[in-house]
Design a protein around this ligand. Structure first.
Ligand code: ZN
Length: 297
């Protein structure tokens, strides 16, 4: 066996935002072997290949990180999203083991704020046997998001053609039913705990939410899945079939990019290269992701 595979890394990165201790845990990764039609469904394949080669990335697949943000205060340990859990294959579902390696036991998680109800964000709320993975956590979810997935027939009419919609719908309905009595709903614009500002950023899903974390004059913007890969930072209009409303997602993506470029705020993305932290730079009419530099663990 390759010795590199035997090395167990710490599985997390931690840094302060004001008085808050913030962690990024890796839940694993997912590899998209067929880039199209999931990403950039209407774009000439050679444009995608050129983009990837210019960025020193593999020409025939996209790798998405599975980053999960956590915040520790004196009396709370809060997860923002819960990762994939144990039902989406062996390359994901590593959140719990990495929480434990950081000294955080699952029963000590006090709150989970869900940005949206896709499988890779809610799967980890339960163990493989559907028992609650974080038994003492209160769970927060957008009412708009809950109503979308629990409708008899969720409305995907504004998506392009989502091959995995049926899987997502069944997954969401099942997992939301398991936590139904633990959910506290938040509105499209809301504040939690005095340091989280929640704003609806629709398109990826109707209740998809961007969260600004503020403490002692410092800020971090959790963009969730507004752009899952740098390809959608530089080409926000290329789009993603996973988005339940393709055009609305393009509009939201451009608005969030424009705001991040003008405010120069630090951002965190669930699927950007680990630890998912960086900035948006604007050059004339295009945007670029600049990873935040770190010099020590
Ligand atoms: Zn996601």
């Amino acid at each position: 066996m390759n010795t590199i595979n035997n090395i167990k890394n710490s599985g997390y990165f931690t840094f302060p935002i004001g008085t808050l201790q913030v962690f990024v845990f890796t839940d694993g990764e997912s590899v998209i072997e067929n880039i199209q039609p999931m990403f950039a469904p209407n774009i000439n394949p050679s444009d995608i290949e050129n983009f990837l080669s210019q960025h020193f990335l593999s020409p025939d697949k996209l790798t998405l990180a599975g980053n999960v943000l956590a915040i520790k205060t004196a009396d709370k340990t809060i997860l923002i999203d819960a990762g994939c859990g144990q039902k989406l294959g062996p390359n994901s579902g590593k959140l719990v083991e990495n929480l434990i390696s950081a000294g955080i036991q699952p029963e000590n998680i006090t709150d989970i704020v869900l940005t949206h109800a896709h499988p890779d964000h809610i799967g980890g709320i339960v163990n493989a046997d559907d028992s609650l993975a974080f038994p003492n956590a209160k769970i927060y979810l957008s009412k708009t998001e809950y109503d979308f997935w629990t409708a008899e027939i969720p409305d995907f009419s504004k998506g392009t053609q989502d091959a995995v919609a049926d899987f997502e719908i069944q997954f969401a309905k099942h997992h939301l039913s398991l936590i139904d009595s633990d959910i506290e709903f938040y509105k499209d614009e809301a504040e939690l705990f005095g340091f989280l500002k929640l704003e609806n950023a629709p398109g990826h899903t109707p209740g998809h939410t961007v969260i600004t974390i503020s403490s002692a004059g410092e800020e971090l913007v959790h963009i969730a899945d507004t752009f899952q890969h740098i390809i959608l930072v530089e080409h926000p209009e290329w789009g993603n079939q996973i988005d339940s409303d393709f055009e609305q997602a393009v509009k939201t993506r451009k608005e969030v990019l424009e705001k991040l470029a003008s405010t120069k705020q630090l951002l965190f993305g669930d699927h950007l290269p680990f630890p998912g932290l960086g900035f948006i730079e604007k050059n004339e009419n295009s945007y670029r992701f600049i990873p935040k530099a770190f010099y020590t663990l």
